[in-house]
Design a protein around this ligand. Structure first.
Ligand SMILES: [Zn+2]
Length: 392
């Protein structure tokens, strides 16, 4: 074995091996897809973790397979590979085994290959990628390619519902040893572009107290909470299109009691997105100091930031440049995108770790009925991931 693999040759070798094993990899991905595991389905989660753990057991470079019980959800899975390199730190590879597709989805929309696309519930987000990362580790073992540092693969079971237990686990794993960088196996942006920026998110609620009055007899004695909320909504939505990375959406409103009563109460649920830490502070300042437009009303805001942004820092750009060079070695052009949706990559970036996200197999239809991957992207995406694991 060599500690300094020739990166170019290694990427080619991984690519060739994965291509030769295409149908074997597809069969494994199929078993993962057909083992349904919607978030919160304990038996489904355990069954899919069974398949992954059993496959990992036969990979030479894997030294530890840890299953973490999550009551009412199932299990997280942490796979340690190349542990002998831990003194050099680790690369963290992150994914999730839960999907948004209810049981019965596979019966309704079974595995289907058509014109180079493979369809199946949860295949793109992200069962295929759970299968692919194991295929890459197996290929590295068989080819005796040893990376510079250890590799830890963490697959959580509650990502699609907010990572409430997955996030603390990822934080522990990331902090257990020096983490050089992290790769998130989420689906890529259209045409297979990796994600070099993700907006942060905030969830707020606004409650307005007005003054009730009879709408016919003495409307002037009332102060409409609904009118106040409508004006505040206009004020908030005016931020959109201001040119900053901040977007605001008042997505749910409730208020009033009857059409002939000036509304005494109204409330709204607000989604906020932002690109930078500075914008996150601006939002907190803005929503922390909302003043009523009609001074007879009172406005209360609760909630806060719940995921920090994944910023396109120089370290992220450097990872992307490396990825683009590796992709070119297997003849494909890798693009990048900054997106509005958050992932576990956001939390990891907040720890000061460089993150490259959206490294999954290309395709389309996440969370939708036409969810699919591109079959011819499997081997080259695997080669890209392998290249990233040995060159960081
Ligand atoms: Zn996902």
């Amino acid at each position: 074995m060599s500690d300094t693999p020739n990166s170019f040759n290694a990427v080619q070798q991984i690519h060739e091996l994965l291509r030769a094993k295409q149908s074997e990899i597809e069969t494994f991905i199929r078993s993962l897809v057909e083992t349904e595991s919607p978030s919160g389905d304990e038996a489904g989660s355990r069954a899919v973790v069974d398949l992954l753990a059993e496959a990992a057991r036969w990979i030479g470079c894997v030294s530890e397979i840890k299953r973490v019980d999550v009551p009412d959800f199932g299990q997280h899975l942490v796979i340690q590979a190349f542990a002998q390199q831990r003194s050099e730190g680790q690369i963290l590879v992150v994914g999730h085994t839960d999907t948004v597709h209810a049981r019965g989805s596979v019966a309704a929309r079974p595995w289907r290959e058509e014109s180079g696309k493979i369809y199946g519930p949860g295949i793109f987000d992200m069962k295929a990628n759970c299968g692919l990362i194991l295929a890459v580790l197996r290929a590295m073992s068989e080819l005796q390619i040893v990376p510079r540092c250890a590799i830890t693969v963490a697959l959580t079971c509650d990502e699609e519902v907010g990572s409430f237990t997955g996030w603390p686990l990822l934080e522990d794993v990331a902090k257990s040893v020096d983490t050089r960088c992290a790769f998130v196996m989420e689906p890529p942006a259209p045409v297979g572009r990796v994600k070099t920026g993700r907006k942060g998110t905030g969830i707020f609620a606004m409650k307005v107290e007005g003054k009730a009055a009879h709408a016919g007899l003495d409307p002037e004695k009332g102060a409409s909470a609904i009118l106040e909320l409508a004006r505040q909504t206009e004020r908030l939505h005016a931020i959109n299109g201001s040119g900053s990375g901040i977007t605001v959406n008042v997505g749910v409103v409730r208020g009033g009691t009857r059409s002939n009563v000036v509304a005494a109460e109204a409330e709204a649920e607000i989604d906020v997105r932002f690109s930078t830490e500075a914008e996150s502070r601006e939002i907190e300042r803005m929503l922390g100091n909302v003043t009523p437009i009609d001074e007879r009303t009172k406005v209360f805001v609760s909630g806060g930031i719940n995921r920090p942004p994944l910023e396109r820092t120089p370290a992220v750009i450097a990872l992307f440049e490396k990825a683009r060079a590796i992709a070119a070695q297997v003849d494909f052009e890798l693009g990048e995108a900054q997106v509005g949706g958050a992932s576990d990559g956001n939390f990891i970036a907040a720890l000061g770790i460089a993150v490259l996200d959206g490294l999954g197999i290309s395709g389309d239809g996440a969370h939708a009925v036409h969810e699919h991957i591109d079959a011819d992207d499997i081997a080259r995406r695997g080669a890209l991931i392998g290249g990233l694991l040995i060159s960081n």
